[in-house]
Design a protein around this ligand. Structure first.
Ligand SMILES: [Cu+2]
Length: 233
């Protein structure tokens, strides 16, 4: 008995609220027919007075509001009745009217934030990757080298030292002969200045730790003594 009553209560409540909507809607339709057909057509002077006109408008507004309000309430209670059939009507009314509002935004919010977070973290990983790359070539060594200004086939030093990384050798040649400086590891040439006379030219290479040679590539000059060792540590 009691369980049957509990099952019926929400259905009755839903139907009652629907009835309210039906009644309000019917009254509104009847009122509209009365005003337009009954009064408006049959009495050309309707509404006749300002008071009657205002009253007609006021009644129309109230009826429209009643119909809209009952329609909204009915649609809400209709949803409750289907969702919570075991709960009592009073509890079911408050629960379900709040339930669709609270549960509906939650999935959309969680699914919306999850891809956003993934997108936010993914570019961070890719943008974070290039950052370590520019760090190593911080070491830059600039070396000065000069050809013997008196015309001897020799540089002013037989030994140069640099830190691993970017190494620039600037050769000054005030000799009467053309010279250059060539950087090599064993027989592999890594870089060289152009062969020139008067002024200075430079060559830049990236070197890791090891022993390199520098020499003048003008034929006969290296053999005559224009060479040295470049130690990179
Ligand atoms: Cu030379």
């Amino acid at each position: 008995m009691h369980s049957a009553a509990l099952h019926l209560l929400p259905i009755l409540a839903a139907e009652k609220s629907k009835v309210a909507f039906y009644v309000a809607g019917a009254v509104l339709v009847a009122w509209a027919l009365i005003v337009s057909l009954g009064l408006g057509l049959r009495r050309p002077d309707f509404p006749g007075s300002l008071q009657l006109e205002r009253a007609t408008i006021a009644v129309t507004v109230v009826l429209v509001l009643a119909a809209v309000t009952t329609a909204v309430i009915t649609s809400g209670s209709a949803a409750k009745a289907g969702e919570t059939s075991t709960t009592t009507s009073a509890a079911g009314a408050t629960q379900t009217s709040a339930a669709p509002a609270s549960t509906a935004p939650t999935p959309t919010q969680s699914t919306a934030t999850t891809p956003a977070e993934q997108k936010a973290t993914t570019p961070k990983a890719t943008t974070g990757a290039p950052t370590p790359a520019p760090a190593p070539p911080a070491t830059v060594t600039s070396l000065a080298l000069a050809a013997d200004p008196g015309g001897m086939l020799a540089y002013d030093t037989k030994t140069l030292s640099a830190k691993a990384g970017t190494v620039t050798i600037t050769l000054k040649n005030n000799a009467p002969l053309e010279h250059d400086v060539t950087i090599a590891q064993a027989s592999t040439v890594l870089g060289k200045t152009p062969t020139f006379r008067a002024g200075s030219r430079n060559v830049t290479v990236k070197l890791s730790r090891g022993t390199y040679t520098f020499y003048c590539s003008v034929p006969g000059h290296r053999q005559a003594g224009m060479e040295g060792t470049l130690n990179v540590s």
